[in-house]
Design a protein around this ligand. Structure first.
Ligand code: ADP
Ligand code: MG
Length: 254
């Protein structure tokens, strides 16, 4: 199987003073997959992501994005990627349609604001200001803004942290939608369930090192094949399932 590599990272290192935050990691990301960097706080996920996004300088190693080397062609890389902006970048006086039109002008990229808001299920909020949105809606809007320059790859750093279960599931649906249109997605998370459900492949990262890199199914199958057994019988559902079941009729209306 010949898959197109859209990101290639080789022996990437990052030191903050004498502290080694990223200790020589290597991975490839293929076109059209959702690739997860899964690990606890402080593992080095954001550092790695921001280096690939050209927002942070690496200490060592090599990075290619869409065929461009980060040392030579950072400007070209910026044109093919979509990065979630800090929320402080959203002008408070403008509504969602006006914000999209503003970014469209900044990127010099024509965009149909209504179509974009439809994709993230926010058409009914098109006249609302960003600060008037719920947490999940804010995240969906900020993901919409990553798509304005029609990127080949988007980067999402812990997009569901702090969201309620329904808002998280809505966001997973949105990310799958984006993947189905051919866009590659790189996401960081410390939620195991999220990585298992959403990611085609995950790199498990701990203390600046990748300790495993496979599909969630492969990782689980290998653990089971090694003789691992859960101490107790697995429940058929958990409390989150109960909650979603009880409130699920309002799915996508948080
Ligand atoms: P994660 O996103 O996985 O939580 P980070 O990449 O943010 O991890 O951080 C990795 C490690 O590097 C942490 O120990 C963090 O404290 C440290 N770190 C991150 N940014 C800086 C910085 N600008 N200066 C010094 N140390 C930093
Ligand atoms: Mg982080």
């Amino acid at each position: 199987m010949d898959r197109e590599k859209v990101i290639s990272v080789k022996n990437l290192t990052k030191n903050y003073g004498s502290f080694e935050a990223v200790k020589g990691i290597s991975f490839d990301v293929y076109k059209g997959e959702v690739f997860g960097l899964l690990g606890p706080n402080g593992a080095g996920k954001s550092t790695t992501l921001e280096i690939i996004e050209t927002l942070r300088k690496k200490s060592g190693g090599e990075v290619w994005v869409d065929g461009y080397n980060i040392d030579q062609d950072a400007d070209k890389i910026k044109k093919v990627i979509g990065v979630q902006l800090q929320t402080s970048g959203f002008y408070p006086g403008l509504n969602l349609t006006e914000l999209i039109e503003l970014f469209s002008g900044l990127y010099n990229q024509p965009v149909d604001a209504k179509e974009l808001l439809q994709l993230v299920n926010l058409v009914d909020k098109s006249r609302s200001k960003y600060k008037e949105l719920s947490g999940g809606q804010k995240q969906r809007f900020s993901i919409a803004t990553t798509l304005i320059n029609k990127p080949r790859i988007i980067f999402l750093d812990e997009p569901t942290t702090g969201l309620d279960p329904q808002a998280r599931r809505n966001l997973w649906d949105l990310i799958r939608d984006i993947r189905s249109k051919g866009t590659t997605v790189i996401i960081t998370t410390h939620y195991m369930d999220e990585a298992e459900i959403l990611c085609d492949r995950v790199a498990i990262i701990d203390q600046g090192r990748i300790i495993a890199l496979k599909s969630p199914d492969q990782l689980i199958d290998e653990l089971v094949a090694s003789g691992f057994e859960r101490p107790k019988e697995v429940k058929q559902a958990n409390l989150e399932d109960v909650f979603i079941h009880l409130t699920g009729h309002t799915l996508r209306s948080e």
